[in-house]
Structure formats: structure tokens, C-alpha cells
Ligand binder design. Sequence first.
Ligand code: SF4
Ligand code: SF4
Length: 350
Amino acid sequence: MAVMSRNFGEFDFSDPKKAAELVKKQALAFGADAVGIGSIDRWNTAPLQMDPKQIMPECKSIIGMVFRVERGSLRGVEEGTYFSNYSAMGYGGITYLYMPMTVINLAKFIEDQGHEAVPYGHQSDWRGIDGVGKLWPKYSRPTRPGQAYPDVMIQLRIAAYLCGLGEIGYSKMFLSPQFGPRNRVGIILTDVELEPDPIYDGPQLCNKCMACVRACPGHCIPADKTIKVNLAGHEVEWADVNMDGCDMTFRGAQMTEKPEKDPYMEEFPNSKPGSWSPFYHKPRNLYNTGQAVCGARGCTRACMISLEARGVLQNKFKQKFRRRPEWSVDWSVEDKGPESDASTSKSKVD
Ligand code: SF4
Ligand code: SF4
């Protein structure tokens, strides 16, 4: 039997409308939950370090894909009994396993037709800028005068917005009409012209209910400090989120004034477990970075509950998400261990 390979040049991409339709159908077939397209001119005002044209100067279109975080991945955190699932299956597993496969498969489909395609997910570990957009000192150098410092980092949540996939909420999280804040995003840069989708103008998702502000355990989402940006001619506003605060809080750490005898995170002596973490010490990372012990208490869970209650999301559930009062760990009280707890001792005997 002769060698078999893929069918190159099977589809004609000369008509942007037909090509866009084909690409979107393939994206869904490969595992994306939603797909939209943005024309490259929408990134005309992007800062140099975040400009897709710095990666692919001939880029004409960006394909944005939404990958849902299962609501069930947040169940164990909500119940206070099973935390690793959100960090592994809802975060690292999607970001580093599932999403790249879909993005790579779609990029291969586009390259089969003779157009270059850059598969882009969460490869931000090598980026030249920090969380607030400043260049890391003595990290990298431009390879040609006037070019960006390696690595350029495309903002995925802004890309999702510019591909017409949804809104950016007050919490700074990307909100899709299907899943609200339960998304991860992957994109493809390509030199083929694809018919763009309009910027999202569907039912209003974020209504500034401020549930995210109230529920963030580290008070990282301010109610009165915002950032306004212009994205492809649209004014978008979100909270000036304290990213350093979130960085510690989401891992379950509460900062203290004095160093702790037995800190929650070894590398931060002034840390202890917050009331939103049941762990004495931060558990180890899963899939490279997955370590969201706070279970996105404010920016995802509270927001999702609010959006579901308003009935604005397409992915509807038979039962509401929050079924019991929220838990909180009182670290000032000593845990006497399983022997003192009748229910756990019993299960031990069983
Ligand atoms: S919780 Fe409310 S204010 Fe915050 S992002 Fe969601 S909808 Fe917007
Ligand atoms: S991830 Fe956690 S700490 Fe960070 S903003 Fe969301 S709720 Fe707050």
C-alpha cells in the first residue's frame, strides 16, 4: 500500500467569506466551543510589545477560539473538598493540553491550503514584558532596530474581544455569551484574508453588578478605580485590578506584616493561609502553573452566579451553582485531626 498523507490544496481560500466559513466549521469540529475572526487592522493601536504584526508582518486575520472551563471543574472548590480539578482540568489541562491540540489542528488545516498560520496559546512564559506591560530589565534585545523585544505577547482576552467573541467584564475577565467568565482563549495568526465578524453587540453581559468586587478574597478588584482603553474604536472600561495582590491571593496566600514561623509559601516569609485556602502550605503546581486555590472566587464564580441568575448565558443548567452557604476556614482555631471528627472516623472504619 502506498504512503498516505493529507490532501494539500483541497480547498480554495480565495473568497474571504467562504474561507471564513470553512475555517470556523473546522475549529468547532476540532474542539473549540466558539470561534470568531478579527481583521488585523483592529490591532492598529496595539502597543509594540503586543502587536501581532511584530510576529507576522503579513498577518491579515486573527482567528479567536473560546474553550469552556466546565462548571463541574469548579464544583469541588465550591464545596470546599476538591481543589485540584479546577487548576488541572479547568486551567492547566485546557491551556497546555486540550487547547493547543485544537489550535494546532486548525493551523495545519490552514497551512494545508497554502497559507501560513501561527498557532498561539498561552506561551507567555517567555514574554518580554511583565504583568503591567513593562519590559523586564536585561531580559532580551530587539533583533533588528525598531522591532519589539522578544517575546511579543498578544493579549488573549483583548484578542477574543476583537474577534467578536464577547465582552471584557468589569473584573477584567473575558466574558463569552455562552459561558460568561468560564473561558480559556486560543488564537491563530494567518496571512489569509478571512471575512471578519463584528465586535460583539449581543445581549449585555457585564452589568457592573460588582459581585466580583465583593467576592474577591484579596480585595484585588477595586470598585472605584478603572482603566479605559479604546479597542478598534470602542471604548472599553474595566477595574484596575491589583495584579500583584491577585498573584498571591489566587494561590491561597494572605500576606502578613511580620514574617511567619511556618509561611504558607516558602519563598514569601510574610505569608499565611487565607480563609479561602484549606491547605497549610500552597499545594504544588499542576500542569506548569495551575495553582488557583482561590477557585476564582470573585472573578469567575461570583460573576458566573450573577450572569446565570440574570439568564443571559447560553449554556444553561438545570440546577443553580451555589446550593449551600459559602465556606471559610478559621485558621485561628486548631484542627484536632480526623479522630475528633465522627464522620471522617466512621469512613475510615468503612
Ligand atoms: S461580577 Fe458583575 S461586575 Fe463583575 S464582571 Fe461579572 S457581571 Fe461584571
Ligand atoms: S483570581 Fe481570585 S484573587 Fe484574583 S481577582 Fe479573581 S477572585 Fe480575586
